[in-house]
Design a protein. Structure first.
Length: 177
């Protein structure tokens, strides 16, 4: 009986230690937010299915890229798509400034063939928790949420009557050539 009790306590201690070492890893999507209203988005995309497939490809690349990440962080991945199947990506982190460490991910994401946009750009944000996240992240329950604006966008000098978001920002930070 003492041997069984000792074995049980040992198993629990080892299990607890193993669970403590098993930290949360990887990329988990918390929310996807669209910058344009539905009517504008529908007018600028060929189909909702194409946009959804494109977003899933981005999520798959991010899941693979951050598979072993153990540093808790909230990350917004802001994606813009222009007509001609051109895309650009910006990152907003809860813990790290926008540095060169994300350049390989940016290249992978911008290499994914985007959905077709016409009549103007489309933009969305994938809000994610890396390794469990760092603090509160928008999950769709916050009624006052508005999609995050990358620093490069907010640093752009935009006049009062320059147009709807994100079009007005993109015309300055990523001109349509």
């Amino acid at each position: 009986m003492k041997t069984l009790l000792f074995s049980l306590i040992t198993c629990l201690a080892v299990s607890s230690a193993a669970l403590a070492l098993d930290t949360t890893k990887g990329f988990q999507t918390a929310n996807i937010a669209l910058y344009q209203p539905n009517d504008v988005l529908q007018a600028r995309t060929r189909s909702v299915e194409d946009l959804a497939a494109y977003i899933k490809q981005i999520q798959a690349v991010c899941t693979e890229f951050y598979a072993n990440d153990t540093k808790p962080e909230n990350l917004h991945i802001v994606v813009a798509v222009r007509p001609g199947k051109r895309s650009r990506v910006w990152f907003i982190s809860s813990t790290a400034p926008n540095d060169a460490s994300r350049d390989p991910l940016r290249k992978k994401l911008e290499a994914i063939p985007p959905c077709d946009a016409h009549g103007g750009p489309i933009a969305f944000t994938i809000s994610a928790a890396l390794a469990g996240g760092a603090g509160k992240i928008f999950t769709g329950e916050d009624k006052d949420f508005s999609p995050p604006i990358p620093k490069e966008w907010s640093d752009a000098k935009i006049g009062k009557n320059s147009g709807p978001v994100p079009d007005c920002y993109l015309d300055i930070v990523w001109p349509d050539k």
